[in-house]
Design a protein around this ligand. Sequence first.
Ligand code: OAD
Length: 238
Amino acid sequence: MHYQLDEAIAHIEAAQRPVSFSGSGLSAESGIPTFRGQDGLWKNYRAEELATNEAFQRDPALVWEWYEMRLRSCRHCEPNAGHRALAGWEGAVHITQNVDNLLERAGAETVHHLHGELCLLRCVGCGRERYEYEELASLPPRCLACGELERPGVVWFGEPLPHAVWMEAEKAARACDLMLVVGTSGAVWPAAGLVPLAAQTGAVVIEVNPEPSEVSSACTISLRGTAADLLAEVLLSG
Ligand code: OAD
């Protein structure tokens, strides 16, 4: 592990076009649950009842109750040492599956949100979008322009990723010379495909995860440990 850590640090220091690709494990040490695994959200909630358009059509109030609960918990969480280390990584482009905005709150500038953002609301009638950082005045929320229902600005099961964001992410994955893959099981596509894509186009791929993941085999180095511990060590060592 020490040898691997030194090797990872040398690659990171040499990188000219670094990219990070993160999942919910990055925010675990901020107190936000991951999706899979022992205490994962999908162990305790049924995705098809909460994270699909059909569920929203059926019962918008129930869907909003769940998202408002997650929004409230995000508001009470703080970025951890992992977010701060990534945010301070000079020149890095960040691609994340996380909807919690903790990377931005840690000061990161370029963040591509593949799965949307919890604090983004989108009107199902006129499509108007707005960010809401405070508690929602009423549930389910309604569009201030046309009065129609608003939905959470996240990607639900069965929905495509936001096209422009995906194009930017794919471009960054192809162009990078180093990708740091943090806290993702690599179970959800097309997002997970960015890891083999970076590897195939010649990037060094370094994984930070306490457990093996579905994308470990595409990684040059797998560092076993938590995001807060290891990112502070590999990114702030210089
Ligand atoms: P998962 O729950 O699938 O995976 C979390 C990963 O984080 C696992 O590989 C854990 O081993 C790792 N992990 C746990 N604690 C960690 C820590 N402290 N430091 C580093 N890693 C840690 O979450 P995601 O990969 O983010 O999609 O899931 C991908 C997508 O599935 C999510 O964006 C969400 C979900 O359905 C949508 O909502 C569209």
